[in-house]
Structures are given as structure tokens and as C-alpha cells.
Design a protein around this ligand. Structure first.
Ligand SMILES: *Cc1c(COP(=O)(O)O)cnc(C)c1O
Length: 349
């Protein structure tokens, strides 16, 4: 058996044509057109017109930066919307299944619940890598999506190239690599490998390194055939006009983003060093992301102590393989200093 996009797509989706909106036909190119097609209020206020449903300006810049074509990109209202579109395009409710690898990002399970699609979970190994044999064992002909979060949330590590390659070769459904934290990682994005693997799909986001969690912009990159399927089911105006403007401005500000990422990485090292001197911290896991997972003596107690002193972190103790762990997001230098002070303050409490 090998990968076949046609076998992957839900029957009802195969026949769909994308909704054709007025602005699909004519996007303002700066020339003086009179738009009387979409029942908008004609008085200018910056957002009185419908946004470009294909986000052409933003995609052009992203395509250039990532070394792919515009037709390899779909944008969504956060990567959460992109992930939801994948379920709706490929997974028949109560029939198909997806595979995810806990401990990992919670949305894969949430979305499988919402879409009534079974989520087959296969635990990561002790060193937080995919368990290839165990994964391939739970696969059947209804397994449509395999979620690989790399760098993984909440463990912080990247999956090895060898492991990901094995899964791309061994799984006939779609391998979704969630690269929300790729800008903090030393390893390269899998985007450069799109032409090697027809079943590879990558998601990225402007919510983390790009500092735009509030505007909701998710990026999906895959073969043109795959992207075209997703285009037939996406809501026409899923990325609003303010988001498109702000995203464009930010992706063009490459120097600022690079500097902020460098600052966050420097702060991450400092924070790691500080954690090493805290006696109730047992383990500090290496991180390719903008957060640190640590094992402590009593996670519930430490979490509450920090909260009482005004610091909100994430208690990940209920996740498998994450017993007694806390997840610290790297903040500003001032915030991290405060965190370290408080971590020391509670040593004897
Ligand atoms: C934060 C995060 C996202 C971001 O999702 P958006 O909807 O784009 O904000 C995606 N995947 C993972 C693993 C994350 O941790």
C-alpha cells in the first residue's frame, strides 16, 4: 500500500467546489474599481470591505520566506482552525481514527472529540520520542492523521529526523508535523522536505515566536493537491482583515522577530541555570522551545505557592510521563527574575 490522497478524502468532500465569494473574482489591485458586488457599506473606515479570502499579500511573503509556492499554503484562524479543517476534510465521524502521542498538545484530543473521530494514543518513549513500532501497530485502513508535535509541547524536545522519516515512510495517512515552536529550535523545519513526501503536512503559527497570539493566524503547508482540498472546505473569510494586515507587518519585520527569539533563548538558558540551584527541582528537561519542563518534589504544592505569589505557570502532572512536572514559559528578563526570586523564596515553605 502507498499514500493516495483520493483514499484519504471524505466522500462528501470529494465533490465540493469552494464557495465563490464576490471578492474571489476581483481583489482591489489599487486601480480605481467600483465595488458594488458584496452589499458592503461603501463609506471607508479601514475595514468596511470583506477581506481577501485567499490572503494573497500575506501568502506571497510567507511563500518567499519559506521557499515554497503560494499554492502550498493555507492560512487559518490560528493553527487550531487548520487542525479542525484536517479532521473535517479527511476523517469520517465514527468511522475513521487519528493517532496522537501523549504527552502532547491537548487540541488533538479535543478536536477528535468534537469531530467524533477516535483518537488512538500511543505514549512517547521514556526519552520522549515516538514509539515507531507501537504506532505502526495501532494503524489500520481507517487511520487518517498522525500528529507529531515537534518540538513537542509540553516536553520541549524535537523528534529525531530518523524517527520522523520512518513514520513518513511507514504511515499511509497524513503525517501532520506541528511546528508551533520551530523558531526556537536548532533543527530545520520540515518545510524543505515537502516535495519528498506527499503525505507530509506542516503547521506553524504566529502565536509563539512571532508574538501574535491575539490575532489568530495559523499556517498550513503541504502539497498543492492537499492544500486545494482544504481550500474547498475552509470558511471563505476565515482570516479577518485586521489579522492579515498585522501579520503582514510582522512577518516583514524579520529583524525584530529574530532579536526577540534570541533574547528568549538567552533568557531560557539563564532560567535553566537558576532552576538547577533550586533544591526541590529534580529534573530540568532540555528544551527546543520557549518553555521549560521541570520535575519537582511536589508539583501541586509548588504550583499553588507560585500562584499565591502572583506567578501563573502550568502544572502538567496529570499528563502521562509527566508526573510531578511544571511547565515554565520563558518571560521577559524582569518576569524571569521575579520567577527565580519566588522559586527561591518558597524553598523552605
Ligand atoms: C501554542 C500551540 C499552537 C498554537 O495554536 P494557535 O491556534 O495557532 O494559536 C499549536 N500547536 C501547539 C503544539 C502549541 O503549543
Amino acid at each position: 500500500m502507498s499514500f493516495s490522497l483520493n483514499n484519504l478524502i471524505r466522500e462528501n468532500v470529494k465533490g465540493l467546489k469552494p464557495y465563490s465569494s464576490a471578492r474571489d473574482e476581483y481583489v482591489s489591485d489599487g486601480s480605481k474599481m467600483v465595488f458594488l458586488d458584496a452589499n458592503e457599506n461603501p463609506f471607508e473606515n479601514g475595514v468596511n470591505r470583506y477581506p481577501d479570502p485567499q490572503q494573497r499579500s500575506l501568502k506571497a511573503v510567507l511563500a518567499d520566506q519559506k521557499g515554497i509556492d503560494v499554492e502550498n499554503i493555507l492560512l487559518g484562524n490560528g493553527s487550531d482552525e487548520v487542525l479542525d479543517l484536517l479532521f473535517r476534510a479527511f476523517c469520517e465521524p465514527k468511522e475513521d481514527n487519528v493517532i496522537s502521542l501523549p504527552p502532547t498538545y491537548g487540541m488533538y484530543n479535543v478536536l477528535s472529540g468534537i469531530n467524533a473521530v477516535e483518537n488512538r494514543t500511543v505514549l512517547l518513549t521514556e526519552n520522549f520520542q515516538p514509539d515507531i513500532e507501537a504506532i505502526l501497530k495501532v494503524v489500520d485502513t481507517h487511520s487518517k492523521l498522525l500528529f507529531l508535535c515537534s518540538p513537542n509541547n509540553p516536553t520541549g524536545n524535537s523528534f529525531s529526523e530518523e524517527n520522523i522519516t520512518k513514520l513518513l515512510n511507514g504511515f499511509n495517512g497524513l503525517v501532520v508535523i506541528d511546528e508551533a515552536y520551530i523558531d526556537f529550535a536548532p533543527n530545520e523545519s520540515w518545510v524543505s522536505r515537502l516535495s519528498d513526501f506527499p503525505n507530509l503536512l506542516i503547521t506553524q503559527t504566529l502565536s509563539k515566536a512571532y508574538g501574535l497570539a491575539g490575532i489568530r493566524l495559523g499556517i498550513c503547508m503541504a502539497s498543492k493537491e492537499l492544500i486545494s482540498v482544504l481550500n474547498t472546505i475552509k470558511p471563505p473569510y476565515n482570516v479577518n482583515g485586521l489579522t492579515q494586515l498585522k501579520a503582514l507587518e510582522r512577518v516583514l519585520a524579520t529583524k525584530t522577530v529574530t532579536e526577540e527569539v534570541a533574547d528568549i533563548l538567552a533568557e531560557r538558558s539563564k532560567l535553566m541555570e537558576a532552576l538547577e540551584s533550586i533544591p526541590y527541582v529534580d529534573t530540568i528537561y532540555p528544551s527546543d522551545a520557549n518553555f521549560i519542563l521541570s520535575r519537582v518534589d511536589d508539583a501541586d504544592k509548588r504550583y499553588t505557592q507560585l500562584l499565591e505569589k502572583g506567578i501563573v505557570i502550568r502544572n502538567r502532572s496529570t499528563q502521562p510521563l509527566c508526573e510531578r512536572t511544571l511547565r515554565f514559559t520563558v518571560g521577559t528578563p524582569e518576569e524571569n527574575k521575579k520567577l527565580i526570586e519566588v522559586l527561591k523564596d518558597i524553598i523552605n515553605e
